[in-house]
Ligand binder design. Structure first.
Ligand SMILES: CSC[C@@H](O)[C@@H](O)C(=O)COP(=O)(O)O
Ligand SMILES: [Zn+2]
Length: 206
């Protein structure tokens, strides 16, 4: 039970809820169980109170493999599938709704958000001295399958340079090879978002 990914996902959800990133049931988290399947949060559950009965096992085509009674996979499971299919070393995915991520969507141009040239981008795998890195920003369709199609098409052309994407007026999705790396990637992106919002408020060019 100690190494059950569901326990780690529930702990991450409590942490992110406390940071204000998963309020009102928002967001969804997943972790690969093996090459073909991953655990994902059940839809509509309070993210500060998840137990092992709040996770659904699905395969990479979105088929439910195992679900506790009355539980359905996250409505956004298709977005997790796209990431797992295209990014072989993604084993954990965190999707949260922070205020700063949503404000930053408004700073995007042509579907890309230029990240600030911060030392911390090294933690996102960008070692350049003057990093010029864009985060992909996808439109938020009511039909989640349409967002997944857009992501699938974009990832097929080029995987994002950093381990994350933004969905406009919705939230951020970050991933990593393990729980700690995925959390660090999410924290670093959220740091960039806070930086951009505050820089804008102070009218500082980044
Ligand atoms: C608070 S509504 C948010 C949802 O519409 C959705 O965007 C979300 O992140 C959570 O959906 P869920 O089906 O619980 O995984
Ligand atoms: Zn969402």
């Amino acid at each position: 039970m100690h190494n059950d990914p569901r326990t780690h996902l529930a702990a991450a959800a409590r942490d992110f809820y406390a940071r204000g990133w998963m309020l009102g049931t928002a967001g969804n988290l997943s972790a690969r169980r093996d090459a073909d399947t991953f655990w994902i949060t059940a839809s509509g559950r309070p993210k500060d109170q998840l137990g092992v009965g709040d996770f659904v096992l699905v395969d990479l085509r979105g088929q439910v493999v195992q679900a506790p009674p009355g539980r359905k996979p996250s409505a956004e499971v298709a977005l997790h599938e796209v990431v797992y299919r295209h990014v072989p070393d993604a084993r954990v995915i965190f999707h949260v709704h922070s205020i700063e991520a949503n404000l930053c969507g408004h700073f995007a141009q042509q579907g890309r958000l230029r990240l600030p040239t911060l030392e911390m981008l090294k933690g996102l795998g960008v070692p350049d001295a003057e990093p010029q890195v864009d985060l992909p920003v996808f439109a938020n369709h009511v039909n989640v399958a349409r967002i997944a199609e857009d992501m699938d098409r974009a990832f097929a052309q080029a995987r994002p340079r950093v381990p994350g994407v933004l969905i406009h007026q919705h939230g951020v999705t970050a991933w990593g090879p393990d729980f700690l790396a995925a959390r660090h990637h999410l924290e670093l992106l959220e740091y960039c978002f806070r930086y951009l919002v505050q820089a804008k408020a102070l009218a500082i060019g980044v």
